[in-house]
Design a protein around this ligand. Structure first.
Ligand code: SAH
Length: 240
């Protein structure tokens, strides 16, 4: 165990003795809120170099410098799993991004479907949520959050070798089964509160990569469906 309790995401390269400058917000958090002083230890990660122990070398009100001492954990990448979901109300969308990061998605892709109510997302805010979730869950990787894109367009450019686990509400009541599924690149697709439209269903059914599944006998809200599908996939094909 490290003597450091606080984990921070930084942009800088993390190598032995690397000097890591702090943003004004980070300096405020470490020195004004958490009351750290010179010599105190923190844990750093940048999504590329694993997790590092670092010590405060310089502490000022709105600036500061840390120096890396040693790597505490190597980079741990999540499985090659994307989460596609139709954005819903703000707090629930934030929840989906946070949980997808914790549960181990490599890429988070908000998609606009026929019955999606939101026509824009706060992309910068969602990226910040992913980052905060990674800071808190001990992750060394931060999933990329893509810009909102129409589902149609995303499917038109879909990679031939990436399978799609389609949470299909019309299968409600059937048993969830990933028995026939093989490991490899995957994506999970979750629809909006209004579900999928008939043309969308036809499009999905026509794709050989798509595996429709039920998430049980009850209709779940989209945020619950996202967490359930990620859990199901991770426990069968992922790194759990
Ligand atoms: N309004 C729709 C339900 C949408 S629920 C209806 O009444 O039919 C939001 C999304 O969660 C769905 O599009 C689907 O992707 C997923 N979902 C919810 N419950 C599910 C279930 N039991 N099986 C499979 N997918 C489900």
């Amino acid at each position: 165990m490290s003597d450091a309790k606080i984990r921070l995401f930084v942009d800088a390269h993390l190598t032995p003795d690397a000097a890591v400058p702090l943003t004004p917000d980070q300096a405020h958090y470490l020195f004004a809120v958490m009351r750290l002083t010179v010599g105190a230890a923190v844990l750093l990660f940048n999504g590329r170099d694993g997790e590092w122990r670092a010590e405060v070398a310089h502490a000022a009100k709105k600036a500061g410098m840390l120096v890396c001492t040693a790597q505490t954990r190597p980079l741990q990448l999540p499985p090659d799993l994307w989460l596609l979901f139709a954005p819903i109300k703000k707090a629930r969308t934030d929840f989906i991004v946070e949980k997808a990061t914790e549960l181990g998605a490599a890429r988070i892709m908000p998609v606009q479907t026929r019955f999606t109510n939101a026509d824009r997302i706060r992309h910068d805010k969602l990226c910040a949520h992913a980052l905060e979730a990674a800071e808190q869950c001990g992750g060394t990787f931060v999933p990329e959050v893509a810009e909102l894109a129409p589902l149609e367009k995303v499917l038109a450019n879909w990679p031939a070798d990436r399978r799609i686990l389609w949470a299909d509400e019309s299968l409600v009541g059937a048993r969830a089964s990933l028995e026939t599924a093989a490991p490899g690149p995957w994506a999970i697709l979750i629809g909006p509160e209004g579900g999928f439209s008939e043309p969308e269903r036809e499009r999905l059914r026509a794709m050989p990569q798509v595996l429709p599944i039920s998430l049980g006998p009850r209709i779940l809200r989209a945020d619950t469906a996202a967490v359930s599908a990620l859990t199901l996939w991770q426990s069968t094909l992922g790194d759990w």
